[in-house]
Design a protein around this ligand. Structure first.
Ligand SMILES: Cc1ncc(COP(=O)(O)O)c(C=O)c1O
Length: 672
């Protein structure tokens, strides 16, 4: 690679609107809604504004320099890193933006916390059993992350959960086989064919402990057949379709019509068939999963209550039973509101652990059934915090605000009405003048369409419209009680900040299911963010934007940002370590971003891994183009053009060099 990713912009013409030049151009325009600048903005103001203490604790905070600080081992131990300085130093190592930074120590800390909470609950309720977590591979399959996870999980015998055959392949290779002193579990979920079941069973010969969870009744027959042929006694689990209703986006993971799991009659059929085959001892685990990001503890309690009863009764029917797997669902407080809003949760990890342990102990105690080993499949709660996505802002577009000039004589009636409205705006008539401004704008548009307004008059009408809205916005800015119709004014007046990112590739859940992630600048946090903006990504897709942001109450439709200067401006998106990486897609052929994995050392940090993002050549390969073939086509075309004197030799060489080096460059934009 000749320089960082090659110096050229892959998108050619498109860049004109958003390159650095346009940043300085747009800088000349006034910011959409000017905040009254506070005399001295402090980092406490930024903490308050972005809620970082609520969602970021104990890993993210703001330092005296106004930059975000990362404390990967938690605020009370280990050293902290200045995130802005880290990004700058990574850039000096040719690792450009957008960039996903994974902090291995945060991953370790999350596992330790979950284990500690479960063990505290076990001690508190004198639970005569233990906890053994498994990590659902689907949440983040990346090798470096899973290798870390398995290694950090050793002291807790943390295992893995596979939800498909490819994930089983990963789990078998990454998870270390058990020894006399260790017994990690391999939970085999997902739909299974014969090969899946054979492979899982044969892995017991290597020292693994696979528990094959029946998701469909037909799997039972294959398990019985294959285990007989291989002469390997299986450990079988059943996944129950609970009636307890999940909530929110993943709420339909439960109930009779749920995609996965067995109904109660089907579970009883499994018991009867195992009994007939004299294999009831193989049935040892009950599993349920009521959905991800369960924001209400009441829903979790309901599910555990129901599952505990099923567990107890299966044991009473003679099944060996020994494990209760409560699935995933432990939520992440993305907005820090500690509420049952979908982006939050109204409980903490300890409440979660307490409720599980207490309910199961109670159900088993009442029926004199031995308590099970508890398994949870927490993905989001383990993996989210460790990844931070850093991206730069390439430019901005503001609503065009100019101070309207007084009327000239003989202007069109609609313009004189508009001017009067503009002049008359005051606190007592904002609703009325807002309605008038909208009406006059529509009238001006119709008049223009019918040929009664000139282009210059239409432009004047538009200037007056924005000037009216701006004036009204200034009046309502600090009001708590804003009339309903004016609620959207902030959004209408918001600037658009163009970000060097594909929402589809890096935060697909933001696009697909409107999931909220905390987003904020990683520097300048001791300066007041006076701009109000939404974010637009690099794709040519109107869905490629972020226009909902976390807020203490509900969500907000603008993000407070700093006006752009000619210096780089970096934003961070936090808590993105679960699901986003693998679900990202190649829309417009923006590929994987650069990834670095950082591990803390006693004095500082080390870059454990760098995984360079896709080059253009890589993404073209995914859609069956070979770089060599493309280059050859281009070479032939330039030769023909040369022959026909349509291009000079110099131009043809420049074109070919650009084409070739673009193929080796990053799919994202590289600042000049
Ligand atoms: C069976 C199963 N277990 C565990 C999980 C992980 O859930 P979470 O990330 O909410 O912990 C999922 C994800 O949906 C799942 O389908």
């Amino acid at each position: 690679m000749n320089d960082e990713y090659g110096k050229r912009y892959p998108l050619g013409q498109k860049m004109v609107s958003i390159n650095k030049k346009s940043v300085s151009e747009t800088k000349l325009q006034p910011i959409a809604i000017q905040q009254q600048t506070k005399k001295s903005w402090t980092i406490e103001d930024s903490e308050q504004l972005y809620g970082i203490e609520e969602w970021g604790e104990p890993y993210f905070s703001i330092n005296a320099a106004g930059n975000i600080t990362v404390s990967p081992q938690g605020a009370s131990r280990g050293i902290s890193l200045d995130l802005y300085e880290l990004v700058e130093s990574l850039k000096k190592r040719n690792i450009g933006l957008p960039l996903l930074i994974r902090f291995s120590d945060i991953l370790a800390d999350r596992m330790e916390r979950l284990y500690a909470c479960m063990n505290r609950a076990i001690a508190r309720y004198n639970y005569n059993g233990r906890y053994q977590g498994v990590f659902p591979v689907k949440c983040n399959q990346n090798r470096h992350l899973l290798e870390d996870l398995v290694s950090y999980g050793k002291p807790y015998q943390f295992g893995l959960e596979a939800g498909s055959k490819p994930e089983l392949m990963i789990a078998l290779a990454i998870l270390e086989p058990n020894t006399d002193s260790s017994e990690t579990l391999l939970i085999c979920n997902g739909y299974k064919d014969r090969e899946y079941i054979e492979t899982a069973l044969l892995a017991t010969r290597l020292g693994h402990k696979p528990i094959i969870v029946i998701e469909q009744i037909s799997e039972l027959h294959t398990i019985l057949q294959v285990s007989k042929e291989l002469d390997i006694e299986p450990i079988i689990g059943v996944r129950a379709k609970l009636n307890s209703k999940g909530m929110g986006r993943w709420g339909n993971s439960t109930g009779e019509r749920a995609k996965f799991g067995l109904t109660i009659p089907q579970i009883l059929q499994v018991v009867r068939e195992l009994e007939t085959s004299q294999m009831l001892d193989s049935l040892q685990l009950l599993h349920f999963h009521i959905g991800s990001q369960i924001s209400s503890i009441a829903v979790i309690k309901d599910a555990i209550r129901e599952a505990s009863q099923i567990y107890v009764q299966l044991a009473q029917m003679g099944a060996k039973m020994g494990y209760l797997d409560v699935g995933g669902g432990l939520a992440v407080d993305y907005d820090g509101s500690k509420s049952n809003f979908p982006a939050s949760k109204n409980y903490n990890m300890q409440n979660y652990a307490n409720d599980i342990v207490a309910q199961i102990k109670d159900a088993c105690g009442r029926s004199k059934v031995t308590v099970p080993t508890l398994i949870s499949e927490s993905g989001r709660a383990i993996a989210s915090h460790q990844s931070v996505l850093i991206f730069d802002v390439l430019g901005a577009n503001h609503v065009s605000l100019t101070t309207p000039q007084p009327l000239e004589t003989e202007e069109h009636l609609v313009l004189s009405n508009f001017w009067e409205t503009y002049q008359s705006i005051k606190e007592g008539n904002i609703q009325e003048t807002y309605n008038d401004a909208i009406q006059f704008k529509e009238e001006a548009q119709s008049l223009f369409n019918l040929g009664y307004l000139t282009l210059i008059e239409r432009s004047r009408a538009e200037e007056l419209y924005w000037a009216c809205l701006h004036k009204i916005a200034q009046i309502i800015r600090n009001k708590a009680d804003i009339p309903d119709e004016l609620q959207d004014l902030g959004k209408i007046m918001a600037s658009t900040y163009y970000i060097n990112l594909s929402v589809f590739q890096s935060v697909p859940d933001s696009w697909a299911i409107n999931q909220l992630f905390p987003i904020m600048p990683i520097h300048h946090l001791n300066e007041q963010p006076t701009a109000r903006a939404i974010l637009a990504d690099l794709t040519c897709d109107s869905d490629g934007k972020i226009d909902r942001f976390i807020n203490r109450k509900d969500s907000k439709d603008i993000l407070e940002l700093h006006p752009l200067t000619d210096q780089p401006y970096y934003l961070g998106m936090f808590l993105v370590g679960a699901y986003q990486e693998i679900m990202g897609n190649l829309h417009n052929l923006f590929g994987d971003t650069n990834v670095v994995q950082i591990q803390m050392t006693p004095k500082s940090y080390q870059i454990k891994y760098v995984v360079k993002g896709d080059t253009i050549k890589d993404v073209l390969g995914y859609v069956q183009y070979k770089a060599g073939d493309l280059l050859e086509i281009m070479r032939c075309r330039t030769e023909t053009a040369l022959e026909e004197n349509r291009i000079t030799l110099e131009e043809s060489q420049k074109l070919l060099q650009n084409y070739e080096s673009s193929l080796d460059s990053y799919t994202y934009l590289v600042a000049n």
